[in-house]
Write a protein that binds this ligand. Sequence first.
Ligand code: CA
Ligand code: CA
Ligand code: CA
Length: 143
Amino acid sequence: MRRIIRIFVVAGVMAAGALSAASPAQADDYCPRGYHCLFILDLGSAQKNFFNSDPDFRNDYFPNSGSVDNNSEAVSNHSTNNAYRTQLYYGYNYSNPNFCVNPGGEVRNTFLYNDGIAGNYVGEANESGSLRLIAGSSSACLG
Ligand SMILES: [Ca+2]
Ligand SMILES: [Ca+2]
Ligand SMILES: [Ca+2]
């Protein structure tokens, strides 16, 4: 029994190592240097690039598509010098934190929970209404 437990622990550590090695993203593949990018579907779809914090997505639009408000499903952070994480909020003016993405990180739409109803404060995708740049990274971030 003891031996079996030990094998599981080792496997878990190896899995964690593989995940952390895979995630220090290729943020530059999808998001210009210095920007925090939101996508209407997955990475590589129509995107809106933010250089600074934005308190209200209602006046931001994906190219040839709808408003960014309650309409983003993936995030790529290409902050230079690992300076700022991307903190997203359910509400406007940085109210009700949703999730964050660390400098150089990215989160695909398959990774975010989406209950299929935009803007109902349930789930992570299709919910955000504002974005703030916060200095440094956080272990609480999703990507
Ligand atoms: Ca705005
Ligand atoms: Ca919202
Ligand atoms: Ca929802």
